[in-house]
Design a protein around this ligand. Structure first.
Ligand SMILES: [Zn+2]
Ligand SMILES: [Zn+2]
Length: 323
């Protein structure tokens, strides 16, 4: 199975994004890049270099519905007439919903984010949304966990790896233990568990970090020898990366817990923690920063390491006395 990485520019802070061409029937593109002229041109060039045209693509598979990964999906589908688009069901609500629906606002209010600040975040994401088209429900087919995507010479197994987003999926070629992991696994940075409503019950928060740890462990069971991530270089030593991630998550949790009494004896919201952790963040990073704080507080609370109390609409976390 020929897996050909194509790297595309993005207008985002994260930098270029990797998409993957599976160069055998049915010709499949995993992720598409953002909806920009530059990414579209670079993709066309990458395909041409591999000996293909956009029109040859039969299947567009999305690791998740962030604009840097899915933005060009609709226009590619239209150009490659009747190419099938596949994405996990849990991704589509997330995509349509980000910061526009009431449940997102409620989650942010619970995290202690002020109305003004929420409005600012919403405006930033309005801009981000311009880099992708949304899909109606009948325009894609759902990726199912454990399903096999068939190719001429083998299969890619769909592995649902929630965490970064609820519907994030990875694709595993068990024959040579190669994984295409989207933003679940990145070489240089620990992916951000983005604040999302629970896809089953949107009034609840998705337990992104707990889910993420399970996803990392699940990928480990495939003993990957090569992991292609959504950004940056591929990973040859998954075991090293797994241990590094787990350590980084534990360290950040320790840091978050010890910040709580320093911010205030009475406790702190996720927003307070995010401002203490990342005081200089701006734009989209304010949302990502509060996402990170929520994810760590949520997990620490679930593990019984900190206490939580509602103060109005907001959750206030406290380090227990004497701990
Ligand atoms: Zn992403
Ligand atoms: Zn990404």
């Amino acid at each position: 199975m020929r897996i050909i990485p194509i790297t595309l520019p993005t207008p985002f802070y994260i930098g270029p994004v990797n998409v993957y061409l599976i160069a055998e029937d049915p010709i499949t593109l995993i992720d598409t890049g953002p909806k920009t002229k530059e990414a579209a041109a670079a993709l066309r060039e990458g395909l041409r270099h591999a000996g293909f045209l956009t029109a040859d693509i039969r299947r567009i598979v999305l690791t998740h519905a962030h604009e840097d990964h899915c933005g060009l999906a609709k226009s590619l589908r239209d150009e490659a007439k009747n190419a099938e688009v596949m994405v996990h069901d849990w991704e589509t609500g997330h995509r349509v919903g980000r910061l526009e629906h009431e449940e997102h606002r409620k989650l942010l209010a619970r995290a202690g984010v002020s109305d003004d600040e929420i409005e600012g975040m919403r405006r930033v994401y309005e801009g981000v949304r311009l880099y992708g088209d949304s899909f109606a429900e009948h325009e894609y087919s759902a990726l199912e966990d454990n399903a096999e995507l068939e190719f001429e010479t083998g299969v890619l197994r769909v592995v649902h790896t929630p965490g970064h987003t609820p519907g994030s999926c990875s694709f595993v070629r068990e024959a040579d233990r190669t994984v295409i992991a989207g933003d679940c696994v990145l070489k240089r940075i620990t992916p951000n568990p983005v604040l999302s409503p629970d896809p089953i019950d949107p009034a609840k928060r998705f337990h992104s970090l707990a889910e993420y740890l399970v996803s990392l462990a699940r990928l480990r069971t495939f003993a990957p020898t090569l992991v292609h991530g959504g950004h940056g270089d591929s990973i040859h030593d998954y075991e090293e990366l797994f241990n590094r991630y787990v350590r980084a998550i534990q360290q950040r949790q320790g840091q978050v817990i010890s910040l709580l009494p320093l911010i205030s004896k009475a406790g702190a919201t996720a927003w307070d923690v995010s401002r203490a952790l990342f005081p200089d963040t701006d734009d989209v990073h304010r949302f990502l920063a509060v996402s990170e704080a929520v994810a760590h507080l949520d997990l620490a609370h679930a593990e019984g390491k900190i206490e939580m109390e509602l103060s109005g609409a907001a959750e206030v976390y406290r380090k227990p006395d004497g701990s």
